[in-house]
Design a protein around this ligand. Sequence first.
Ligand SMILES: C[S@@+](CC[C@H](N)C(=O)[O-])C[C@H]1O[C@@H](n2cnc3c(N)ncnc32)[C@H](O)[C@@H]1O
Length: 235
Amino acid sequence: MQQETFPVELAELAAALQINSEIFNANREALALRKEVESAARIFIFDHETQAETFTRAYGIKNALKCCLALLSANIDPAKYENVRDLGCGSGVFGLTFAFLAANPMLRLTFVDQSPLHLNIAQTVMADSGCAGSFSFLNQTLPPDLPSSSDLDLISYWFCENGHVASDANLIDRLIGREAIIVDYEKVISGIVDHIPKYLIVKDRWSVESDVPLHMRDIVGDESVRSYGIHIVRA
Ligand SMILES: C[S@@+](CC[C@H](N)C(=O)[O-])C[C@H]1O[C@@H](n2cnc3c(N)ncnc32)[C@H](O)[C@@H]1O
């Protein structure tokens, strides 16, 4: 599926990301990291202890746009979910995108990551965002099980760094609550679908591409973005 341009609200989100935060501006290190990732020609595992800030500058906005495409492709109403988690949140772009589209003062959104550096970035990004809802930040390594369940889990580019979970039905089951939207590399998504337990149903699956708005191409580092993902629900 090819979308020609981002819908208006996504362009607004993109503008908000760009204006609100210095955090996402690519610097020399970020450009060098992108180059290293491209030349690796494999799934690149980042060192989030030392590269959190550079990763965010290199991929924060690009991943936000992919998450936007995912939320549209999943064809959900973000306003109907109140208890949401962003697992392996990094700079929090999936949660931010969700909160932006939901515009729901009742939203309770928990950001979870094992890296305190990433959680600090996510906290700043959400404070700057002006989005409605209440936001909390949990420093935890996943799995094991989280302290509370959720209506919806948002998970972007976490499974690619945790392949043992992607290929284990029991761990997938323990990770997610009632529903999940997962964005990742195509082959990681295929791996999850192959191992998903019977009582979790793949409601939607997408591969969608969209042009990046002209004024954002430098910061995103590409003319278009592609989002692979699935929406899983419990039977
Ligand atoms: C590739 S980044 C993706 C960040 C963000 N979701 C995005 O799309 O930009 C992966 C994130 O998952 C976190 N992470 C990786 N393995 C984890 C684990 N086992 N438990 C918790 N967080 C983890 C990393 O610290 C990092 O912030």
